[in-house]
Write a protein that binds this ligand. Structure first.
Ligand code: NAP
Length: 213
Protein backbone atom coordinates (compact mmCIF):
# COMPACT_ATOMS: atom_id res chain seq x y z
CA UNK A 1 0.00 0.00 0.00
CA UNK A 2 1.13 3.60 -0.66
CA UNK A 3 3.47 4.95 2.06
CA UNK A 4 1.60 8.29 2.19
CA UNK A 5 -1.70 6.48 2.82
CA UNK A 6 -0.20 4.35 5.60
CA UNK A 7 1.26 7.47 7.20
CA UNK A 8 -2.07 9.34 6.99
CA UNK A 9 -4.04 6.51 8.60
CA UNK A 10 -1.62 5.73 11.42
CA UNK A 11 -2.79 6.41 14.96
CA UNK A 12 -6.54 6.10 14.33
CA UNK A 13 -8.78 3.71 16.27
CA UNK A 14 -11.57 3.09 13.77
CA UNK A 15 -10.97 2.82 10.07
CA UNK A 16 -13.78 2.83 7.50
CA UNK A 17 -13.07 1.03 4.24
CA UNK A 18 -15.27 2.07 1.35
CA UNK A 19 -15.17 -0.73 -1.19
CA UNK A 20 -16.70 -0.32 -4.61
CA UNK A 21 -16.19 -0.28 -8.35
CA UNK A 22 -17.01 3.46 -8.40
CA UNK A 23 -17.81 3.45 -12.11
CA UNK A 24 -18.29 6.37 -11.61
CA UNK A 25 -18.22 7.64 -8.01
CA UNK A 26 -21.25 9.84 -7.20
CA UNK A 27 -22.80 11.82 -4.34
CA UNK A 28 -24.57 8.69 -2.99
CA UNK A 29 -21.18 7.08 -2.27
CA UNK A 30 -19.82 10.28 -0.72
CA UNK A 31 -22.85 10.75 1.53
CA UNK A 32 -22.70 7.07 2.56
CA UNK A 33 -19.02 7.40 3.55
CA UNK A 34 -19.62 10.64 5.42
CA UNK A 35 -22.69 9.25 7.23
CA UNK A 36 -20.74 6.15 8.28
CA UNK A 37 -17.85 8.31 9.48
CA UNK A 38 -20.16 10.53 11.47
CA UNK A 39 -22.49 7.89 12.94
CA UNK A 40 -19.84 5.28 13.74
CA UNK A 41 -17.14 7.67 14.93
CA UNK A 42 -14.63 6.61 12.28
CA UNK A 43 -11.29 8.42 12.26
CA UNK A 44 -10.86 7.99 8.51
CA UNK A 45 -12.54 6.42 5.53
CA UNK A 46 -10.29 4.76 2.99
CA UNK A 47 -11.82 4.43 -0.49
CA UNK A 48 -10.58 1.31 -2.27
CA UNK A 49 -11.69 1.13 -5.90
CA UNK A 50 -11.81 -2.50 -7.06
CA UNK A 51 -9.24 -3.85 -9.48
CA UNK A 52 -10.83 -6.66 -11.46
CA UNK A 53 -14.05 -7.40 -9.54
CA UNK A 54 -14.35 -11.20 -9.26
CA UNK A 55 -18.07 -11.10 -10.11
CA UNK A 56 -17.67 -8.87 -13.15
CA UNK A 57 -15.22 -10.76 -15.27
CA UNK A 58 -17.69 -10.60 -18.17
CA UNK A 59 -18.83 -6.99 -17.96
CA UNK A 60 -17.07 -3.94 -19.33
CA UNK A 61 -15.62 -1.93 -16.42
CA UNK A 62 -13.83 1.40 -16.93
CA UNK A 63 -10.03 1.35 -16.65
CA UNK A 64 -9.10 1.24 -12.96
CA UNK A 65 -6.80 4.25 -13.15
CA UNK A 66 -9.64 6.41 -14.52
CA UNK A 67 -11.99 5.20 -11.76
CA UNK A 68 -9.27 5.92 -9.21
CA UNK A 69 -8.76 9.43 -10.64
CA UNK A 70 -12.50 10.18 -10.28
CA UNK A 71 -12.46 9.04 -6.63
CA UNK A 72 -9.30 11.02 -5.93
CA UNK A 73 -10.73 14.30 -7.27
CA UNK A 74 -14.03 13.75 -5.37
CA UNK A 75 -12.50 13.30 -1.92
CA UNK A 76 -9.69 15.85 -2.11
CA UNK A 77 -11.49 18.37 0.10
CA UNK A 78 -12.37 16.00 2.94
CA UNK A 79 -9.45 15.53 5.32
CA UNK A 80 -10.92 12.30 6.70
CA UNK A 81 -11.18 10.63 3.28
CA UNK A 82 -8.27 8.85 1.59
CA UNK A 83 -7.99 6.61 -1.48
CA UNK A 84 -5.69 3.69 -2.19
CA UNK A 85 -4.65 1.67 -5.25
CA UNK A 86 -4.32 -1.40 -3.04
CA UNK A 87 -6.78 -3.47 -5.11
CA UNK A 88 -5.91 -1.88 -8.45
CA UNK A 89 -2.26 -2.84 -8.17
CA UNK A 90 -2.95 -6.41 -7.13
CA UNK A 91 -2.71 -9.03 -9.91
CA UNK A 92 -5.86 -10.93 -10.91
CA UNK A 93 -9.37 -10.72 -9.37
CA UNK A 94 -9.47 -8.87 -6.07
CA UNK A 95 -11.08 -10.41 -3.03
CA UNK A 96 -12.24 -8.43 -0.01
CA UNK A 97 -10.68 -10.94 2.39
CA UNK A 98 -7.20 -10.25 0.96
CA UNK A 99 -7.72 -6.48 1.33
CA UNK A 100 -8.87 -6.82 4.94
CA UNK A 101 -5.91 -9.04 5.81
CA UNK A 102 -3.49 -6.46 4.40
CA UNK A 103 -5.17 -3.60 6.27
CA UNK A 104 -5.24 -5.63 9.49
CA UNK A 105 -1.49 -6.24 9.11
CA UNK A 106 -0.75 -2.54 8.63
CA UNK A 107 -3.14 -1.34 11.35
CA UNK A 108 -3.53 -4.23 13.84
CA UNK A 109 -4.76 -1.90 16.58
CA UNK A 110 -7.57 -0.35 14.50
CA UNK A 111 -11.16 -1.62 14.28
CA UNK A 112 -12.06 -2.10 10.62
CA UNK A 113 -15.47 -1.17 9.18
CA UNK A 114 -16.09 -2.40 5.64
CA UNK A 115 -18.74 -0.20 4.01
CA UNK A 116 -20.50 -1.12 0.82
CA UNK A 117 -23.91 -1.21 -0.84
CA UNK A 118 -26.52 -3.65 0.48
CA UNK A 119 -27.05 -4.77 -3.15
CA UNK A 120 -23.46 -6.00 -3.12
CA UNK A 121 -23.73 -7.43 0.43
CA UNK A 122 -26.67 -9.62 -0.60
CA UNK A 123 -23.99 -11.92 -2.01
CA UNK A 124 -21.65 -11.64 0.99
CA UNK A 125 -21.88 -15.32 1.95
CA UNK A 126 -20.83 -16.37 -1.58
CA UNK A 127 -17.62 -14.30 -1.34
CA UNK A 128 -14.28 -15.92 -0.49
CA UNK A 129 -14.04 -16.71 3.28
CA UNK A 130 -17.14 -14.76 4.44
CA UNK A 131 -16.79 -15.82 8.09
CA UNK A 132 -13.24 -14.51 8.15
CA UNK A 133 -14.38 -11.22 6.51
CA UNK A 134 -16.94 -10.80 9.30
CA UNK A 135 -14.33 -11.63 11.93
CA UNK A 136 -11.84 -9.08 10.65
CA UNK A 137 -14.27 -6.22 10.06
CA UNK A 138 -17.67 -4.93 10.96
CA UNK A 139 -19.75 -4.85 7.79
CA UNK A 140 -21.76 -1.72 7.09
CA UNK A 141 -24.50 -2.06 4.49
CA UNK A 142 -25.43 1.27 2.92
CA UNK A 143 -28.89 0.83 1.49
CA UNK A 144 -30.90 2.63 -1.15
CA UNK A 145 -34.32 4.02 -0.16
CA UNK A 146 -36.93 1.30 -0.44
CA UNK A 147 -34.43 -1.57 -0.20
CA UNK A 148 -35.53 -4.23 2.31
CA UNK A 149 -32.20 -4.43 4.10
CA UNK A 150 -33.75 -5.70 7.34
CA UNK A 151 -35.24 -8.56 5.32
CA UNK A 152 -31.73 -9.27 4.07
CA UNK A 153 -30.31 -9.29 7.61
CA UNK A 154 -33.13 -11.58 8.78
CA UNK A 155 -32.43 -14.01 5.95
CA UNK A 156 -28.70 -14.02 6.79
CA UNK A 157 -29.55 -14.68 10.43
CA UNK A 158 -31.78 -17.63 9.45
CA UNK A 159 -29.21 -19.20 7.14
CA UNK A 160 -25.83 -18.47 8.70
CA UNK A 161 -24.27 -18.23 12.09
CA UNK A 162 -22.32 -15.02 12.82
CA UNK A 163 -22.15 -12.43 15.62
CA UNK A 164 -25.20 -10.28 14.90
CA UNK A 165 -23.56 -6.98 15.80
CA UNK A 166 -20.92 -7.52 13.09
CA UNK A 167 -23.32 -6.49 10.29
CA UNK A 168 -24.91 -3.04 10.55
CA UNK A 169 -27.17 -1.12 8.20
CA UNK A 170 -27.37 2.55 7.27
CA UNK A 171 -30.16 3.88 5.08
CA UNK A 172 -28.74 6.52 2.76
CA UNK A 173 -31.41 8.54 0.92
CA UNK A 174 -28.75 9.95 -1.44
CA UNK A 175 -28.19 6.40 -2.72
CA UNK A 176 -31.21 6.99 -4.94
CA UNK A 177 -28.34 8.01 -7.22
CA UNK A 178 -26.65 5.04 -8.90
CA UNK A 179 -23.61 4.53 -11.13
CA UNK A 180 -25.69 2.38 -13.50
CA UNK A 181 -28.16 5.23 -13.96
CA UNK A 182 -25.36 7.75 -14.50
CA UNK A 183 -23.75 5.57 -17.19
CA UNK A 184 -27.13 5.15 -18.90
CA UNK A 185 -27.74 8.90 -18.80
CA UNK A 186 -24.37 9.67 -20.39
CA UNK A 187 -25.06 7.05 -23.04
CA UNK A 188 -28.43 8.70 -23.82
CA UNK A 189 -26.82 12.17 -23.74
CA UNK A 190 -28.92 13.20 -20.72
CA UNK A 191 -27.71 15.53 -17.98
CA UNK A 192 -25.76 14.13 -15.00
CA UNK A 193 -25.24 17.53 -13.39
CA UNK A 194 -25.78 17.50 -9.57
CA UNK A 195 -25.55 13.68 -9.36
CA UNK A 196 -21.78 13.74 -8.86
CA UNK A 197 -19.04 16.34 -8.29
CA UNK A 198 -18.69 18.72 -11.20
CA UNK A 199 -15.02 17.83 -11.70
CA UNK A 200 -16.03 14.22 -12.23
CA UNK A 201 -18.74 15.25 -14.70
CA UNK A 202 -16.16 17.18 -16.73
CA UNK A 203 -13.66 14.31 -16.49
CA UNK A 204 -16.30 11.92 -17.89
CA UNK A 205 -16.90 14.33 -20.75
CA UNK A 206 -13.21 14.90 -21.53
CA UNK A 207 -12.41 11.20 -21.47
CA UNK A 208 -15.58 10.30 -23.41
CA UNK A 209 -16.56 7.71 -20.81
CA UNK A 210 -19.82 5.75 -20.92
CA UNK A 211 -20.67 6.65 -24.50
CA UNK A 212 -21.20 2.93 -25.02
CA UNK A 213 -22.77 0.76 -22.33
P1 NAP B 1 -21.51 -3.71 -7.54
O1 NAP B 1 -21.99 -5.05 -7.97
O2 NAP B 1 -20.91 -2.81 -8.56
O3 NAP B 1 -22.58 -2.90 -6.81
C1 NAP B 1 -23.68 -3.53 -6.21
C2 NAP B 1 -24.57 -2.46 -5.67
O4 NAP B 1 -23.97 -1.86 -4.49
C3 NAP B 1 -24.85 -1.35 -6.63
O5 NAP B 1 -26.18 -0.96 -6.43
C4 NAP B 1 -23.88 -0.28 -6.19
O6 NAP B 1 -24.32 1.03 -6.50
C5 NAP B 1 -23.82 -0.46 -4.70
N1 NAP B 1 -22.52 -0.07 -4.14
C6 NAP B 1 -21.31 -0.57 -4.48
N2 NAP B 1 -20.35 -0.04 -3.71
C7 NAP B 1 -20.97 0.84 -2.88
C8 NAP B 1 -20.53 1.67 -1.83
N3 NAP B 1 -19.24 1.67 -1.45
N4 NAP B 1 -21.43 2.46 -1.19
C9 NAP B 1 -22.72 2.41 -1.54
N5 NAP B 1 -23.22 1.63 -2.52
C10 NAP B 1 -22.35 0.84 -3.17
O7 NAP B 1 -20.49 -3.96 -6.36
P2 NAP B 1 -19.01 -3.64 -6.39
O8 NAP B 1 -18.89 -2.15 -6.36
O9 NAP B 1 -18.34 -4.39 -7.50
O10 NAP B 1 -18.51 -4.31 -5.04
C11 NAP B 1 -18.73 -3.71 -3.81
C12 NAP B 1 -17.61 -4.17 -2.88
O11 NAP B 1 -17.78 -5.56 -2.58
C13 NAP B 1 -16.21 -4.05 -3.47
O12 NAP B 1 -15.33 -3.64 -2.48
C14 NAP B 1 -15.89 -5.44 -3.94
O13 NAP B 1 -14.51 -5.74 -3.96
C15 NAP B 1 -16.60 -6.27 -2.88
N6 NAP B 1 -16.90 -7.60 -3.41
C16 NAP B 1 -16.08 -8.61 -3.02
C17 NAP B 1 -16.29 -9.88 -3.53
C18 NAP B 1 -15.36 -11.00 -3.07
O14 NAP B 1 -14.50 -10.76 -2.25
N7 NAP B 1 -15.56 -12.19 -3.60
C19 NAP B 1 -17.34 -10.12 -4.43
C20 NAP B 1 -18.15 -9.05 -4.78
C21 NAP B 1 -17.92 -7.78 -4.27
P3 NAP B 1 -23.47 1.92 -7.50
O15 NAP B 1 -23.45 1.14 -8.79
O16 NAP B 1 -24.20 3.19 -7.56
O17 NAP B 1 -22.11 1.96 -6.88
Amino acid sequence: MEAKVIEALKGGRRLGIMGGTFDPIHYGHLVAAETARDELGLDNVLFIPTGIPPHKLNRRVTDANLRYAMVEMSIRNNKYFKVSKLEIEREGPTYTIDTLRILHTFFPEQELYFITGTDALRELFTWREPEEIIRLAKIIGASRPGYDSYGLLASFARKYSFPKDQILLLEIPALAISSTDIRARVHKKKSIRYLLPDEVRLFIKENKLYQEL
